[in-house]
Design a protein around this ligand. Sequence first.
Ligand code: KG4
Ligand code: ZN
Length: 342
Amino acid sequence: MNNENIKILAIESSCDETSAAVVENGRTVLSNVVVSQIDEHKLYGGVVPEIASRRHVEAITAVVDKALSDANLSLSELSAIGVTYAPGLIGALLVGTNFAKGLSYASGLPLIPVHHLRSHIASNYITNPDLKPPFLCLVVSGGHSHIVMVEDYTKMKIIGKTRDDAAGEAFDKVARVIGMPYPGGVNLDKKAESGCDTAYTLPRPKIADSPYDFSFSGLKTAALNLIHNSEQRGESINIENLCASYRRAVVGCLTDNFIKAAKDLNCRKLVIAGGVSANTLLRRELERICTEQGYEFYKPELKYCGDNGAMVAAQAFYELKSGHIAELSLNAAATKSIESDF
Ligand code: KG4
Ligand code: ZN
């Protein structure tokens, strides 16, 4: 296959963003259209799956059209159609998957199934053109928290993962209780910047027999108890300080396990990905640790941290090169391991 001009159109609809993008050779973004539904889900304090599916149906045709016109390309000039088929909200995934199947059938272009977390990792190929596997990646989103050994572009091994809540979920739940709109992670991050991170003492749960796994539910409950106990005693909580202390605890759990895994596996190249990789402290801390300890450190540009079609098209390029082409019988799946091809 000639690598010089492989242009892939890819679609992302796994949660609350309808997105389509065209990326060349897995690295150069020619267009990236993202339509967010956040304002509507905010009314309910979280994503309502049925509403998400309906909004994807309404938006997808215009989003794909705009991705093609922004790239100044027609379907006949593309090499393949990529799509996020798993994991995520099943109704939402089905919209993108079925639309991509229709495009593939109509155009005769190959259909490339892309795992959502693999695509988050691939956001780094866009931002860091020289980045190549192998590397160790901390993938942290609203639904997942994994430490993954990326042995090759399409060969992944899970080294550690959360036993309960994902890091993004842990941020969002505490943010919601202190009255921040959905998704709270980014707002909590902003408030934390002006707080004192030693003001409140919070646990940093460890799992005895699995040093690379995470557990955030105990930490989250400790923060919620702290808030409720203060309310019952009529004491006011300093929101900035609580956000800073809580963010410090969550980020500490992530960086401790990640760096331990890197040391134990003797991996010198570290990468972060997923919505939570936008977190200011996580980026700052890993930058510091990696500089001090001599690791190479890569992170996606902020605009590619959240869900977007460009990262899907980037990963689709490598899936295509590995021969991962789906039949039109491809089905969406709410859960799927990052290790399995499709
Ligand atoms: O990857 P993503 O956009 O969607 C999923 O695949 O889940 O991740 C969304 C998650 C949400 O939980 C959101 O609150 C969190 O990423 N997030 C952040 C920040 N920006 C987004 N969490 C902490 N700090 C941030 N700056
Ligand atoms: Zn995501």
